[in-house]
Ligand binder design. Structure first.
Ligand SMILES: N[C@@H](CCC(=O)N[C@@H](CS)C(=O)NCC(=O)O)C(=O)O
Length: 245
C-alpha cells in the first residue's frame, strides 16, 4: 500500500492527501511530529520536507511530483483537462499557488498561531505517535524559534505575506468567478492546489484537521475580510473533497 509521510497540519500535505482521496487510492498516512521528522525524512529522501509518497520502489518527494506520479500511474479520474492550452493554464496556476501563495499563507498564519501553543500543539500531534505531546511539551519553545528563523516569520515578513495573499486571493477569485473553477468549467489540479493552499484561511471541512472554533487576532479579522473571496474554495471543498481513506 502507498505510504504518505506527512504533517496533518501542512497544506502541501493536504494537496497530496486530496489527490490520493480524489483518485480513490488507499494509503497509509505516516504522521510525523515537526522536529522529529528530520532524521526519518533524511533517511528516506536525503532532505527533510514533506509530503513524500512511497509507492512500491518509488519514493516521490513534493506535492507537484506526487500529483504527476499519481496522474501517470492512476490516470482516472483525471485532474488534467484534455486540451494542451488548458493543461498549460493549469500548470501556470499550480506553479503560482505553490511558489507565490503556499509559503505566504504558512508564514502569515504561523506568525499569529505560534504565539498560541494551545492551538498549535494539537495541530502538530494529530494522528501521530503517542509521545508527540510529551516531546512537544519540552521541545516547543526551541522548535518555535527554529520555525521562525527557517521561514522568516516576523512582523515585516508577515505583513509582506499578507499583501501577497490579498493580491493572490483577488486573482483566484476573479478567475473562478464565471465557472467556479480556475481553468475551463471543470475541476482540475489547479483548483485542488489553490484550494488546499488557501484552506488554512477559510478552514473547510474535509481538510482532516480539527480547526479551532475561533481564531486569534489578527488572523480572525484577516480571515473575515477575505471570506467573501474565498467562498469558491469552500464550494470546491464541498463538491470535490470526499475523504475515501
Ligand atoms: N514545494 C513543496 C513544499 C513542501 C513544504 O514546504 N513542506 C513543509 C511543510 S508545509 C515541510 O516539510 N517543512 C519541514 C522541513 O522542510 O523540514 C511541496 O509542494 O511539497
Amino acid at each position: 500500500m502507498i505510504k504518505l509521510y506527512q504533517f496533518p497540519i501542512s497544506h502541501y500535505c493536504e494537496k497530496a492527501r486530496w489527490a490520493l482521496d480524489f483518485k480513490g487510492i488507499p494509503y497509509e498516512a505516516v504522521n510525523l511530529i515537526p522536529g522529529l521528522h528530520v532524521p526519518i525524512m533524511k533517511r528516506l529522501t536525503g532532505r527533510t520536507s514533506v509530503p513524500v509518497v512511497v509507492d512500491g520502489e518509488s519514493v516521490i518527494a513534493g506535492s507537484d511530483r506526487i500529483f504527476d506520479h499519481l496522474d501517470e500511474t492512476r490516470p482516472e479520474p483525471s485532474l488534467m483537462p484534455e486540451s494542451a492550452a488548458q493543461q498549460k493554464a493549469v500548470r501556470e496556476w499550480e506553479n503560482f499557488a505553490d511558489k507565490e501563495v503556499g509559503p505566504h499563507v504558512r508564514r502569515y498564519c504561523y506568525h499569529t498561531l505560534l504565539n498560541y501553543p494551545e492551538i498549535v500543539k494539537p495541530f502538530f500531534t494529530t494522528g501521530g505517535p503517542w509521545y508527540g505531546g510529551v516531546y512537544l511539551r519540552a521541545a516547543f519553545p526551541v522548535l518555535r524559534i527554529g520555525m521562525r528563523k527557517a521561514m522568516n516569520i516576523n512582523e515585516a515578513g508577515a505583513s509582506r505575506s499578507l499583501e501577497q495573499i490579498i493580491s493572490a486571493v483577488d486573482r483566484f477569485h476573479e478567475a473562478a468567478t464565471d465557472t467556479g473553477y480556475l481553468v475551463g468549467d471543470s475541476f482540475t489540479r489547479a483548483d485542488m492546489t489553490a484550494a488546499a493552499l488557501l484552506a488554512p484561511l477559510c478552514r473547510p471541512e474535509g481538510y482532516g484537521l480539527k480547526w479551532p472554533e475561533t481564531l486569534p487576532e489578527p488572523l480572525a479579522s484577516t480571515a473575515e475580510q477575505l471570506a467573501p473571496k474565498l467562498e469558491w474554495v469552500l464550494r470546491v471543498y464541498e463538491k470535490h473533497r470526499q475523504p475515501f481513506n
